[in-house]
Design a protein around this ligand. Structure first.
Ligand code: AMP
Length: 362
């Protein structure tokens, strides 16, 4: 799905912020995904928070007093958020988008949302179209899994991905053209990638265009805050019942639906490569669309030759940061108790103090 950013030209952050009471900025997000962490991080940095919720979710958040927003903003439907932007601006909100926020609202609507939003929304166009994503990552020098254009050329295990499928839904593995033919849903657009053998690491970075206190780039600096491995049903536990080949003979196929996230660390000797990949992606993004800002995640497989293959980028806070509400083995070496949610709040605070909010919001 290609998302065009034409509407964004109508959004003028500086104009919007002139009406804001800067002493009372409020961090807002949709109550889902990584919101407990975002509210908790904002609270630690002294911000008031607002949780946009479909229906009353107060009961859930009451169970987590330190992750609960100060105020709820209840809507009937996420798309209704667009109707209330004036009201939300009066509350001085800065939106922190997460994966579910963009998904529930719809990418097109997210781009027209007339509210100051953390990060550069132009990234959505490059991230949501698999061809443009590949162009970005490969031109940055990263290695992606090989793409197989014609299913007849399947000569190794491949993973077939449907366009716009969320959370790996419907993805399947095939080892031959015959297997592919049996499983493919004809009415859907798809890509075929080599199935990379190795171990998965989902690496959580934070790029600041306005601070120079970490891994230095030509402008700003990059931090490694944490990493996780996704727990995907049924592929990750299917071996409890038998090998995939055995199960497939019975017509039972593994699926890739994310149910949670597992903390992980990487052997230290791989960190130079991790920083180089992150830095190259940021530098390239600046040339392509004015630059990614804040949190992003590279989804990788490390092969037995210790090479990284990157199969996806997520250009905002990912749910894989949730195990680290109280810091990760990496962020603890930057500042104790630093989650990605808290780091986002710090960036907003830092930018606000120096009149640089328009460099980190869009
Ligand atoms: P994605 O939606 O691209 O993040 O893929 C969903 C899941 O499929 C990932 O979290 C991985 O477990 C798996 N996956 C995706 N691409 C590949 C690949 N090329 N090789 C092996 N596993 C993959």
């Amino acid at each position: 799905m290609a998302v065009r950013c034409r509407h964004m030209s109508q959004i003028n952050i500086s104009d919007m912020l002139t009406s804001y009471d800067k002493k009372n900025l409020r961090i807002a997000t949709v109550c889902s995904h990584s919101s407990l962490q975002i509210f908790n991080g904002a609270r630690k940095e002294g911000f008031k928070t607002l949780g946009i919720s479909v229906g009353d979710k107060k009961k859930i958040y009451d169970a987590f007093p330190l992750g609960k927003p100060d105020e709820f903003f209840i809507v009937d439907n996420y798309k209704d958020i667009l109707k209330y932007t004036e009201e939300l601006r009066e509350k001085n909100v800065i939106i922190i988008p997460h994966g579910s926020f963009v998904e529930y609202l719809g990418a097109d609507k997210f781009l027209t949302l007339d509210l100051p939003t953390f990060g550069n929304r132009k990234v959505l166009e490059w991230e949501s179209d698999r061809k443009m994503e590949r162009q970005w990552l490969e031109s940055a020098g990263l290695t992606m899994p090989k793409e197989i254009k014609d299913p007849k050329d399947i000569d190794r295990p491949v993973i077939v991905k449907y366009h716009g499928a969320k959370g790996g839904k419907g993805f399947f593995i095939a080892k031959t053209y015959d297997e592919f033919k049996k499983r493919i849903q004809k009415n859907k657009q798809f890509v075929i990638q080599e199935f990379v053998m190795g171990t998965r690491y989902y690496v959580h970075y934070f790029y600041s265009p306005i601070q120079d206190n970490a891994y230095k780039l030509s402008k700003g600096s990059l931090q490694l805050l944490s990493m996780d491995r996704r727990d995907e049903t049924t592929i990750d536990e299917v071996q409890r019942l038998g090998s995939i080949a055995e199960l497939e003979e019975l017509g039972i196929h593994p699926t890739f639906v994310v149910t949670g996230n597992i903390p992980i660390v990487m052997r230290e000797s791989l960190l130079p490569k991790v920083f180089k990949m992150g830095a190259d992606v940021v530098e390239k993004s600046q040339k392509l669309f004015g630059g990614i800002v804040g949190s992003f995640c590279l989804e990788t497989v490390i092969t037995e030759d210790l090479e990284f293959k990157v199969f996806e980028i997520s250009a905002r806070i990912v749910a894989g940061t949730n195990p680290y509400v109280a810091g990760s083995p990496y962020s603890e070496l930057i500042q104790p108790d630093l989650s990605t949610g808290r780091r986002i709040a710090q960036e907003i605070k830092y930018a606000d103090k120096r009149n640089k909010l328009n460099e980190i919001l869009s």
